[in-house]
Design a protein around this ligand. Structure first.
Ligand code: SF4
Length: 879
């Protein structure tokens, strides 16, 4: 990319994707371009990066960016307006709705992508000045159950340990976490510990993921039964005399009740095995590994959190660590791996509807305390509506105004179709974002605010280990974009709160946030960064990554409950909220793929990230596929009572019978029908409000298409009706993977419509083989191509560019494929599974090391190493 550095020198910043929070250095290369590398001094990654982080500079272009404020007119047209008009309009409408319907008629829906300073200002405006706690965030979908579990056990939302514990642990247990794909840099740290120190790795997941490939013990647990597994573990630890009785006595309460509840759920390993669907021998092996290894870290992520019993699952895990005193000491502890880059920062400022600010809740003393600090005229005095309930209230017309910042609820929330429908009922619908179009914006907001993006904005984020890092700008603000904190402050000033929102920089906001955390704290609250309240602007600019609270909490007790003791929790027996039925006999698991992030508005811009999972897919077990007459590579329709998705079938050895898996990333912007949120039911955890995103009953059926192929163009196009499609970045343009029942004539007409007036078209129609191919060239360069074949017969060697026979001086060679039908395993070097298999099967490579030497695979970011190992092992078996 060629945009200039703001400062003309290297800039240290932080990756905007996952909760690992890797440090980056962006440098000019002296040639007007930028380079990016992992920061060797950042304690989260010590220079490592995954494929997503490595490709960040490929995603900072301005195509499709929202660059100006937009205001919808009475006739429905959305037109460019001035900042003044847009801000005045939002402030006046918010004021009018609050005056007419009360403060709870408005809501903010925020994001773990926001910076702490953005979050702080939005939270302050709503909870201290508008007077409602209807501020929630997409973090509700991510780690709200961990927050609730921490608060029940510790009295505070505290992550007790740190990443260094993963280096020093002798046993690492990963529960509901595909860390190899979702927290790749941390996972590599775990794998290094295993290789160098012999640490054991246990992976607990219904699906055999890339993470499970590295496990010493993989436990393919029945969905929703994690509570039983850890209840059984607690019983085992008690029965085998492995408890730390002194720690239990001195620092905790409620152990007897918790143990009795655990005995009722899982009285012994055999009963645990029955409930969890695991082999008894595996259960015993896990229990024994946990018993004999004092240094044990249990990491958990969305497989635990995204559940209607997520909080109990978290507490069942924490119970085992408290009972053995394995918390807050090197190499041990429960560890919540947060999904988003600043989910933790959002929690710190109180950006959840059930938090107030600075890790305080809605107890009268907390409300008084924060109200005095803010000098706030209208404090919220009770919890607001959590995400799912917030959008249901919008649907019922109870919330009249909504401001969405940096997130895409029409894709990610349960019952996403109903969410999108609800958005159309709002009297005032405001979106702050940096794209012109996404599924939420399709719901016709009244105002669009152009927000600064990563690389342009400036502030702080907090990662999974409580480490606050600076995200620094290295690009100028494009167009009329502004940081989110500025936009919110400007609205607040126009609502009459000028004095409290007079911020001129993120540094000012950070100082206030830090001061609030320390205000009358006296050690009563875990979150205290009061010592940073006096940073000068220069010190804030230069702030090195800093871990709040020190390295660890709770090694010697000191919990933040009223009695300063940790509270064991008596957990409920596991039960999924909704049973499968004849109509919906499968259970749908959802999750991420390795090289994409959320709804792909950023990662989707990188062609090299696109190849790993270029289409929405549904994984199914071989026996289920056979029973339904579905083959690998078919397209299938997945339905629930709430919606449908159409996805490519992947018959997977890693999938349990009766379970399906769909990735979450596709939206109506990138595929014809693949919004997973549209399928998911809106069941939520009673403590955290987190929705159950991984256990919806669904049905699957094959879909028949006669034709399939691809279209390459320089820009997005509208495909013929009734076409199944999925779009990815490819080369300098986009590629549509398509399936259709319309034959060659339709695609012939389409190819002719697609080409520009001065393009020359080369065509090739081969009825015998059922192929239609067309390529349009301008001055010898490919402008677009359309390649279609009979479904199931289109092999990669068929879909090459046809040689134009129209006298073009420099035709693209016919042997040059433009389409890779197999997944790209290594995004850094663009190597597909086909290349790796070929190298192994023809004897050029005999090991992972050989493939790495030969093709470069795995030698850069290492995100592909698990995939590589699996393909090499299979290739060797086949050779
Ligand atoms: Fe970014 Fe990858 Fe690091 Fe996560 S692991 S912060 S996505 S570079």
């Amino acid at each position: 990319m060629s945009a200039p550095l703001c400062h003309g020198e290297a800039v240290r910043t932080t990756c905007p994707y996952c909760g690992v929070g890797c440090g980056l250095i962006v440098r000019p290369d002296g040639d007007g371009r930028l380079t990016l590398a992992g920061d060797p001094e950042h304690p989260a990654n010590f220079s490592d990066l995954c494929a997503k982080g490595s490709a960040l500079l490929e995603t900072v272009g301005l195509e499709a960016r929202l660059l100006h404020p937009m205001l919808r007119q009475a006739d429905g047209a959305l037109i460019r307006t001035t900042w003044g008009q847009a801000l005045d309009h939002v402030a006046a409408e918010l004021g009018r709705i609050v005056a007419r319907n009360g403060p709870d008629a408005v809501a903010f829906y925020l994001s773990g992508q926001l910076l702490t300073e953005d979050y702080y200002v939005a939270n302050k405006l709503m909870k201290g000045f508008i007077g409602s706690a209807n501020v929630d965030t997409n973090s509700r979908l991510c780690m709200a159950s961990s927050v609730a579990g921490h608060r029940r056990a510790f009295g505070s939302d505290t992550v007790p340990g740190n990443y260094a514990d993963l280096d020093g642990a002798d046993l690492i247990v990963l529960v509901g976490s595909n860390a190899a794909w979702c927290h790749p840099v941390l996972f590599r740290r775990m794998v290094r510990n295993r290789a160098e120190r012999g640490a054991k790795l246990v992976v607990i997941d219904p699906r055999r993921t890339a993470t499970a490939e590295e496990a010493d013990l993989f436990l393919p647990i029945r969905p929703g039964t994690d509570t039983a597994l850890f209840a059984g573990l607690l019983v085992h630890l008690a029965d085998e005399g492995a408890l730390d009785n002194a720690y239990i006595r001195d620092h905790t309460k409620g152990f007897d009740d918790a143990l009795a509840a655990a005995r009722a759920v899982a009285p012994n390993p055999a009963a645990t095995a029955r409930v969890t669907g695991l082999a008894s021998t595996d259960v015993v092996r896990f229990f024994e590994l946990f018993r004999v290894n004092e240094r044990v870290v249990t990491c958990y992520s969305q497989g635990v959190n995204q559940s209607a019993q997520g909080t109990d699952k978290v507490n069942a895990i924490i119970n085992c660590h408290l009972a053995t005193g394995r918390i807050g000491r090197p190499g041990m502890g429960p560890f919540s791996l947060t999904g988003q880059p600043n989910a933790m920062g959002g929690r710190e400022v109180g950006g959840l509807a059930n938090q107030l600010a600075a890790h305080m809740g809605f107890a009268p003393a907390d409300v008084d305390h924060v109200g005095r600090f803010w000098n706030a005229p209208r404090m919220a005095t009770c919890e607001g509506l959590k995400a799912v309930q917030m959008f249901e209230a919008i649907g019922r017309g109870e919330i009249k105004a909504l401001w969405v910042m940096a997130t895409n609820p029409a894709v990610s929330l349960p019952r996403a179709d109903a969410v999108r429908e609800a958005l159309t009922k709002l009297d005032l619908f405001v979106v702050s974002d940096n794209v012109m179009s996404n599924d939420t914006i399709r719901a016709q907001p009244h105002v669009l605010f152009p927000a600064a993006a990563w690389g342009e904005k400036d502030g702080t984020v907090t990662n999974s280990e409580r480490r606050i890092s600076r995200q620094r700008a290295f690009l100028p603000l494009p167009g009329e974009t502004r940081p989110d904190w500025w936009i919110v402050s400007q609205v607040a000033r126009r609502m009459g709160f000028a004095e409290a929102f007079s911020y001129g920089s993120p540094a000012e906001i950070f100082r206030e946030h830090a001061a609030l955390s320390g205000f009358e704290n006296g050690g009563t609250r875990d979150f205290d960064i009061g010592t940073l309240a006096d940073l000068t602007d220069a010190e804030y600019d230069a702030l090195a990554p800093i871990q709040w609270g020190g390295e660890r909490f709770f090694g010697n007790g000191g919990f933040f409950t009223a009695d300063r003791k940790a509270h064991f929790v008596a957990v409920e027996p596991p039960a999924l909220r909704e049973a499968t039925s004849d109509a919906f006999p499968f259970r749908l698991n959802t999750g991420r793929v390795r090289d994409q992030w959320h709804s792909m508005t950023r990662t989707g811009r990188s062609a090299r990230l696109a190849g790993h999972a270029p289409e929405p897919f549904v994984e199914i077990a071989a026996q289920d596929a056979a029973a339904l007459g579905i083959a690998d590579g078919d397209l299938a329709r997945v339905t629930s009572p709430h919606g449908l998705c159409i996805a490519r079938v992947v018959v997977s050895e890693g999938q349990q019978a009766g379970l399906l898996f769909l990735p979450i990333h596709w939206s109506d912007e990138t595929a014809s029908a693949a919004r997973v949120g549209a399928l998911v039911a809106a069941h939520t955890d009673p403590h955290s409000g987190q929705p159950e995103l991984k256990a919806t009953p669904v049905a699957i059926a094959p879909l028949e298409f006669h034709w399939c192929g691809f279209v390459r163009t320089r820009n997005n196009v509208t495909l013929p009706a009734q076409t199944w499609w999925a779009r990815i970045a490819a080369g300098d343009g986009v590629e549509y993977r398509i399936a259709s029942n319309a034959g060659a004539m339709l695609w012939h007409d389409f190819a002719h419509r697609l080409r520009s007036a001065d393009a020359q078209l080369a065509e090739d129609f081969d009825p015998a083989q059922g192929l239609y191919r067309a390529a349009a060239y301008v001055d010898g360069a490919l402008e677009s191509c359309v390649c279609m074949g009979r479904f199931g017969t289109t092999a990669p060697d068929h879909v090459v560019l046809p040689v134009p026979d129209v006298g073009i001086a420099a035709p693209v060679p016919s042997a040059q494929p433009v389409f890779e039908s197999e997944p790209v395993v290594c995004a850094c070097f663009g190597v597909s599974a086909r290349h790796i298999r070929a190298a192994v099967e023809d004897g050029r490579a005999h090991s992972v090391a050989d493939v790495t030497r030969l093709l470069g695979v795995g030698s850069n970011c290492g995100s592909c190493l698990q995939d590589l190992k699996r393909i090499v092992a299979r290739g060797r078996r086949a050779a």
